[in-house]
Design a protein around this ligand. Structure first.
Ligand code: IPD
Ligand code: CA
Ligand code: CA
Length: 268
């Protein structure tokens, strides 16, 4: 059975509490400094990623001890067979964070039987809190948000990102980036997939595509886009799975044009 409205409110309350705690830990580390390590040549991880994750998981485990938790740095904690799974990126935008570029976030999604029912993204650098509950719309700092009305790709501001294997694989999104650069009004690369999704949801951006994202990058943001009236699919226009590889998110109006551009450039 689907969670009731009261259950969704309660899940969202704890997700917000955990995101605020994670966000305050990131802000502290940004001020006092932190150690940086490399997961691979260009994939960084900092002390702040781990500290934020530990605090977030602590809040969730205390409130819902039987729920499953999938967190980027520690993986899946699952001692119970719960229908609920919390999906956490304790610091989305680690490269920005490590360089002092002030754009990063905490992202928390809550799945129930495979469907994301609650999404929370906190950008502590701007004090912006995005929240979605399935069936209840999306908000930014408690005000309802909606995707843009940009009608076509020519007039669109697009965003994308690049996976950490960009230096070493042929399917690295550079051809797609060049093609969209010649088609859209403008292009951005924020370095934070969850914020890219939230900016589609509130109309600051019109379309987003990316390859090889992880469930913690997209769980919260997918719901935030959909509840704000947007569309999220894979590159073929099929329903997007947060466990899948390819994502297009848009205001719906430019979605089919984006599918066509990607299909053409990827078969050349
Ligand atoms: C990364 C960011 C980036 C995206 C990468 C992600 P991280 O997450 O969201 O925008 O392009 O694919 O891995 O590593 O900073 O949590
Ligand atoms: Ca991430
Ligand atoms: Ca991360």
């Amino acid at each position: 059975m689907k969670p009731s409205r009261i259950e969704l409110d309660n899940l969202a309350k704890i997700a917000i509490e955990a995101a605020l705690l994670g966000g305050s830990i990131l802000t502290d580390y940004a001020q006092k400094g932190f150690e940086i390590h490399k997961k691979s040549k260009i994939n960084l991880v900092t002390e702040a990623d781990f500290a934020s994750e530990q605090a977030i998981v602590g809040v969730i485990s205390q409130a819902f001890p039987s729920h499953q938790v999938l967190a980027e740095e520690e993986g899946l904690h699952t001692t119970h067979n719960s229908p609920y799974k919390w999906i956490i990126d304790p610091l989305d935008g680690t490269t920005n964070f490590a360089h002092g570029f002030p754009m990063y976030n905490v992202s928390i999604g809550v799945e129930h039987e495979g469907s994301v029912e609650v999404g929370v993204v906190l950008d502590p650098t701007r004090n912006e809190l995005f929240v979605a509950k399935k069936g209840s719309g999306s908000t930014l700092n408690a005000t309802p948000i909606h995707v843009s009305a940009t009608p076509k790709l020519d007039d669109a501001l697009l965003v994308t990102g690049f996976a950490y294997d960009v230096h070493t694989v042929a399917d690295n999104n550079l051809k797609e980036f060049c093609e969209f650069s010649l088609r859209a009004r403008g292009m951005r690369r924020t370095g934070t997939a969850a914020i890219d999704l939230c900016y589609i949801a509130c109309g600051r951006l019109d379309g987003f595509w990316e390859l090889k994202l992880n469930p913690w990058d997209t769980a919260a943001g997918k719901l935030i886009v959909e509840e704000a009236g947007g569309r999220v699919t894979n590159y073929n226009g099929e329903p997007f799975s947060i466990y899948g590889q390819d994502l297009i998110a848009s205001n719906t109006l430019i979605h089919d044009e984006m599918i066509d551009v990607l299909a053409n450039v990827r078969t050349e």
